[in-house]
Design a protein around this ligand. Sequence first.
Ligand SMILES: [Cu+2]
Length: 257
Amino acid sequence: MKQRGEQDQAQPTLTVLSPANNSTISGSTVEVKLELSGDLKGYMPHKDPATGKGNHIHVILDNQPYEAYYEINQPFELRNVAEGKHTLRLFPSRPWHESFKNNGAFEMVTFTVKGGGDTSKPTTTNKGETMASPAASPQPSREGKDVAKSMAGEVSATNPLLTYSRPKGDYSGAEADPLMIDFWLSNARLRDEGGEYRVRYTIDGAQTGFIDKWGPIWLSGWTTGKHTVKLELIDKNGNAVENGGYNSTTRDINVTR
Ligand SMILES: [Cu+2]
C-alpha cells in the first residue's frame, strides 16, 4: 500500500481512441486504444512481470466476462470478433480488480464489424475449396484475446445500466476467501445514496442479498467447486430494470483450494 502512494484516490478519466463510437471496423480484429487523463495520482496500468499483477483496464465486449488490459501504450486486440453490432465497456481497475467509480472512469462505445468471424480457419469457396490460408499469427508481444462469439444487446447509453465486473473465472486458496463482488453503475443511484435502485445478488440461484450503496462487497464461505453469481438492477417496485439484457448477468466461477 505504501508503494502505491495515493493512487487509490485517483480520479482517472478514460478516453476511447479506438474503436470510435458508431464506427465500422473491417475484419475480425478490433484494436482497442485508450488514453487516461485526469487526477491520476500516479495511477497507470502495468503488469509487474514478477508478480503478474498490477493496475489494469477491464474491457468488456458485449456482455462477456471482462478481459484485463495492462499496457495501454500499446493497443489491445480483440480477435475473432463476429460480424455485426457490438458494444465495448471499459473502466480502470486496481490490481485486486476493484474498479474506479468516479465520473469519467467508465466508457461505452458501440461499433459494427464487417467481415468478422473465425479467421483462424481458411477462407473457402462454397464447394469447400481453400481460397486463402489463415493470416499469420498476431505478434505475440501484443496484448489481446480471442473472444467468444457474441453480439451487442439493444442497450441505451442514457438509461440505467449495470455492468458486471467481478467475480469471474477461477479462484484458489486465499483468493477465494473472501470473494469480491464489484460492478459499474451508470445513470442510476442506489437507495442509500439518494436514489431508488438496488443491486440484487444471487449466489447459486438461491442465496440472495441487496447492495444499496455503490461499492464492492466481499463474501466469505465459498465451498470448493462451481458456483454462479448473478447481479441484477432492481427498481423501487422490486422489478428488474431492462437495458439490452445487460442489467441481469450471471457468471460461473470455480473455487479450488
Ligand atoms: Cu481486474
